[in-house]
Design a protein around this ligand. Structure first.
Ligand SMILES: CC(C)(COP(=O)(O)OP(=O)(O)OC[C@H]1O[C@@H](n2cnc3c(N)ncnc32)[C@H](O)[C@@H]1OP(=O)(O)O)[C@@H](O)C(=O)NCCC(=O)NCCS
Length: 319
């Protein structure tokens, strides 16, 4: 027998975000660990980052980002029938965050689940949302990437404390007259779980920075061409490159190695946001839109990569 099957097209309709109010400079961190503004700027490219207030949670930040994405899409919360929350820093394993985020936003009884693909989580989420819309499993999807790293980073570990930060980004994916999200390309290197790891429920994040840097600037960089090819475009057609904001040197190495146009807009939000993992790409894209550096209709190439090791990316048309 043949089950009924639907075929629709999907597009990103809007972006939203939430950045905690508290700005933490490199000089402030240098009063707590042995580091300096100059070292962080030259090795990582971060000038400042945001840390959540004590009362702020991953759920509360996700709600703020989700609310903005809903408003900017011009839809009602009740139009949404699937909510995906990508995060690797939730305070507990059970229950997942997505149902509570949906409830707090006034979204009634949607499909709701979390995704843990670390810093690749948002791109995995956009892939899942696009597939759900295309098959008819959902009509309108809220995808949120949120992290509260300050709960999981050891403030005495200078290699992680200076990098990771808090925030949330979101997007609405819905039906479209044409397919405006290209095929997602994803993969993993599960032979290196120790590269970024929380060993057990009482531990904090440990990172082998050099191993991650090497992987990102070789194997991950090579996947960018594959992500672009899956869209049927060439790198010369890409208007905006919005990679995960892990380290400015990683971003610059990717741009140098790839045949983008000279006028490609590159997201470098890491300077003011730090590494917000699953939140970094939507926050970076939102910032480009707000500053008018990216425009509706632009072809955007994203790639998320991080613990696992996992990566995922896709090309989409800017809403
Ligand atoms: C973590 C990272 C910034 C370290 O930079 P690096 O250039 O690789 O630095 P190294 O680890 O080789 O250390 C170089 C020196 O700086 C020191 N150092 C490390 N962190 C420091 C800090 N925050 N401040 C000052 N000095 C620091 C090291 O102790 C080392 O000193 P030594 O030469 O006396 O032993 C870099 O490896 C990185 O960004 N890796 C990728 C991490 C990442 O993106 N993670 C998230 C992925 S999603």
């Amino acid at each position: 027998m043949h089950f009924p099957s639907a075929r629709h097209y999907a597009a990103i309709k809007s972006f939203g975000g939430y950045r905690p109010a508290r700005v933490v400079t490199n000089d402030e961190l240098a009063t707590q660990v042995d580091t300096s503004d100059e070292w962080i700027l030259t090795r990582v490219g971060i000038r400042e980052r945001r840390f959540a207030a004590p009362g702020e949670t991953a759920v509360s930040m996700a709600v703020e980002a989700g609310r903005e994405a809903i408003e900017r899409a011009g839809i009602a919360p009740t139009d949404i029938d699937l909510v995906l929350v990508a995060s690797c820093t939730l305070p507990t394993q059970l229950p997942s965050a997505a149902p509570e985020v949906a409830h707090l936003l006034g979204i009634g009884a949607p499909g709701a689940f979390d995704i843990n693909a670390a810093c690749a989580g948002f791109c995995y989420g956009i892939g899942q949302a696009s597939h759900a819309v295309q098959t008819g499993a959902a009509e309108t999807v809220l995808v949120i990437g949120v992290e509260k790293f300050t709960d999981w980073v050891d403030p005495s570990d200078r290699s992680t404390y200076i990098i990771f930060a808090d925030g949330a980004g979101a997007a609405i994916v819905g039906r479209s007259p044409e397919q405006r999200i290209a095929q997602t390309v994803w993969g993993s290197a599960g032979d290196r779980p120790e590269a970024i790891i929380v060993r057990d429920r009482r531990s904090l994040i440990e990172m082998d920075g050099r191993a991650v840097f090497r992987w990102a600037t070789t194997e991950v960089r090579d996947e960018i061409t594959r992500i672009c090819a899956a869209s049927g475009l060439s790198l010369r057609d890409i208007d905006v490159f919005a990679p995960h904001q892990a380290n400015l040197r990683i971003i610059d190495s990717m741009v140098r190695a790839l045949d983008f146009r000279d006028d490609v807009v590159v997201a470098r939000d890491i300077a003011v946001s730090g590494n917000t993992s699953a939140a970094s790409i939507p926050l970076a894209v939102r910032a480009l839109l707000e500053r008018g550096e990216a425009r509706s209709g632009d072809k955007v190439l994203t790639i998320g990569f991080g613990a696992g090791l996992t990566f995922a990316g896709q090309v989409f048309e800017m809403p």
